[in-house]
Design a protein around this ligand. Structure first.
Ligand SMILES: Cc1cc2nc3c(=O)[nH]c(=O)nc-3n(C[C@H](O)[C@H](O)[C@H](O)COP(=O)(O)OP(=O)(O)OC[C@H]3O[C@@H](n4cnc5c(N)ncnc54)[C@H](O)[C@@H]3O)c2cc1C
Length: 402
C-alpha cells in the first residue's frame, strides 16, 4: 500500500473549526494536510447566518457571557471550557479580522464605528456580532484563503473511513488516500442531517453532517458526552415549500420579531433559550393553537413585520432576499415557522487544548462536547470553532514536533 503523504498535522473537515485548526497549526510551523468529505466549501459553517458571540458591550463581560451559557445549558456545560470560550472571544474576533472578516458596524448616525451587537436567545446583554446575515460564509471564506496561503495540502472528496495508531502518530484512510501524520484534529461536525433523515424530519444541516467520524473516534476509544442531546432550532421555515428546513436567523427575533399563535397571541419569551422556545412552539401546536401550512404541516407565526426596515437591510438582507424570491415579504406579512433539527450539543470529550481522551487526537467544533452542555446558545458554535480550532491546531502542531 502506498502512502499518499506524511504530515505533522492532519485535519479532518473543512468547516470553521477545521480551517481555524489548519491556519493555527500552519502558523505554528507544522506541515498540515486537510482531508474533507466533499469540496472544501461544503460544511455547516458556511450556512451560518446569525452571528458569533463576544462580550464587547459596555454592560457585558466574559463572566456574564459564561453565566448565560451556564443557565442556557441548564447547568450542564463544562465551565473550564466555557471560561476559555468566553475569555478568548474578543481575541478570536480580532484574529478573524486579521484574516479579512469585516463585521457589521453601526452606521455613523448610530454610534458609528462600534460593532453592531444583537441580543440572542438566553443572553443578558447584546453580544452577537454579525456579517450581515452571512456570518459563517464570511468566516469560512477568510479562513480558507488563509489556510491555502499557508501552504495547506488539501484532500477534497476524501472522507475519513479508518484511523489507526502507528509508531510515530496516526495513519488515516481518507477516500483513496492513505495519510500519515503525527497528530490528528477531528473537525468533522455533527450528525443532524443523518438523524433527521432517520426520523423523517427536516434539518437545517448540509448533507455531509452524518456523524461517521464520531463513530470512528468512539470505536477507537475516545470518550464522549451528551451525544443524545440534539438541538431543534426554534425557527425552521415552514412555508413556502422552498423555505422548509431553512433556519430563519435568530436575529429576526433579536431585531423585534415575536412568535404568535393562531389567535395572534404571544405565548413565550421569543428570546428565551432555544430548547425552551422550541418546546413552547411544539406545546402551543399540541394545544390546537397552531396554524397549518398549505401542505398540512404544523406551524406558528413569526411576526417579522415588527422588524424595522433599517435593521432588516443591515442585518437580514439574505433572509429577506430568500423569502422575497419565494413570493413572501417578511416585512409586510408574518411568516410560518416550526422547530427543525439543527445541532448536536454533545460530542467528544476534550481538554483545554482540545485534545480528546486519546493522546494525539484533537477535536474541535460541533464534533466536540462540553462547551454548551446539553443546550447551546446561538452564536456560540462559530465562536467555539474559532477558539478551540485555534487551540487544537496550535497544540497538535506542538505535540507533532516532539
Ligand atoms: C443553517 C445553519 C445556521 C447556523 N447559524 C449559526 C450562527 O448564526 N451562529 C453560530 O454560532 N452557529 C450557527 N450554526 C451552527 C454552526 O454553524 C455549526 O455548528 C458550526 O459551524 C460547525 O462547524 P464545524 O467546523 O464543527 O462543522 P462543519 O462546518 O459542519 O464542517 C464539518 C466538515 O467535516 C466534513 N466531514 C464530515 N464527515 C467527514 C468525513 N467522514 N471525512 C472527512 N470530512 C468529513 C464536512 O464535509 C465538513 O467539511 C448554524 C448551523 C446551520 C446548519
Amino acid at each position: 500500500m502506498s502512502v499518499t503523504g506524511h504530515f505533522d498535522v492532519l485535519v479532518i473537515g473543512s468547516g470553521a473549526s477545521g480551517l481555524a485548526a489548519a491556519v493555527s497549526a500552519e502558523h505554528a510551523g507544522a506541515r498540515v494536510a486537510l482531508a474533507t468529505k466533499g469540496s472544501i466549501q461544503s460544511c455547516n459553517s458556511a450556512k451560518a447566518q446569525g452571528g458569533i458571540q463576544a462580550a464587547f458591550g459596555e454592560d457585558d463581560s466574559p463572566e456574564l457571557h459564561g453565566q448565560d451559557i451556564w443557565a442556557s445549558s441548564h447547568e450542564t456545560a463544562d465551565m473550564g471550557l466555557v471560561e476559555i470560550l468566553t475569555s478568548e472571544a474578543t481575541s478570536a474576533i480580532h484574529w478573524l479580522e486579521h484574516y479579512g472578516v469585516e463585521f457589521t458596524k453601526e452606521s455613523p448616525s448610530n454610534g458609528g464605528g462600534a460593532y453592531r451587537l444583537a441580543r440572542c436567545g438566553g443572553a443578558s446583554a447584546k453580544r452577537l456580532l454579525q456579517v450581515g446575515d452571512r456570518t459563517g460564509h464570511a468566516i469560512t471564506t477568510a479562513l480558507r484563503k488563509a489556510a491555502e496561503a499557508g501552504g495547506l495540502t488539501l484532500f477534497p472528496k476524501s472522507p475519513l473511513h479508518e484511523l489507526d495508531r502507528t509508531e510515530h502518530g496516526w495513519r488515516a484512510r481518507a477516500g483513496e488516500h492513505t495519510i500519515d501524520a503525527g497528530t490528528v484534529v477531528l473537525a468533522a461536525g455533527g450528525r443532524c442531517f443523518a438523524e433527521a433523515e432517520e426520523r423523517g424530519e427536516l434539518s437545517t444541516n448540509h448533507p455531509g453532517a452524518t456523524g461517521e467520524v464520531t463513530r470512528l473516534a468512539l470505536a477507537a476509544g475516545v470518550e464522549a458526552r451528551d451525544l443524545d442531546a440534539l438541538q431543534y432550532h426554534p425557527n425552521g421555515g415552514a412555508w413556502p415549500e422552498t423555505m422548509q428546513g431553512y433556519s430563519i436567523p435568530e436575529t429576526t427575533r433579536a431585531y423585534g420579531a415575536v412568535l404568535l399563535n393562531a389567535d395572534g397571541e404571544e405565548f413565550t419569551d421569543s428570546l428565551g433559550p432555544r430548547d425552551v422556545v422550541s418546546q413552547a412552539i411544539v406545546d402551543e401546536v399540541a394545544k390546537g393553537k397552531g396554524v397549518d401550512t398549505p401542505d398540512g404541516r404544523p406551524a406558528v407565526y413569526l411576526d417579522t413585520t415588527r422588524i424595522s426596515e433599517h435593521d432588516a437591510e443591515l442585518s437580514l438582507p439574505y433572509m429577506l432576499r430568500r423569502y422575497r424570491a419565494a413570493g413572501i415579504d417578511p416585512l409586510a406579512e408574518k411568516i410560518l415557522t416550526y422547530p427543525v433539527l439543527h445541532y448536536q450539543n454533545g460530542g467528544l470529550v476534550i481538554d483545554a487544548d482540545a485534545e480528546t481522551t486519546l493522546e494525539g487526537v484533537y477535536a474541535c467544533g460541533e464534533i466536540a462536547g462540553g462547551t454548551h452542555g446539553r443546550n447551546r446558545m446561538m452564536g456560540n458554535s462559530l465562536l467555539e470553532c474559532v477558539v478551540f480550532g485555534r487551540r487544537a491546531g496550535r497544540a497538535a502542531a506542538e505535540k507533532a514536533s516532539t
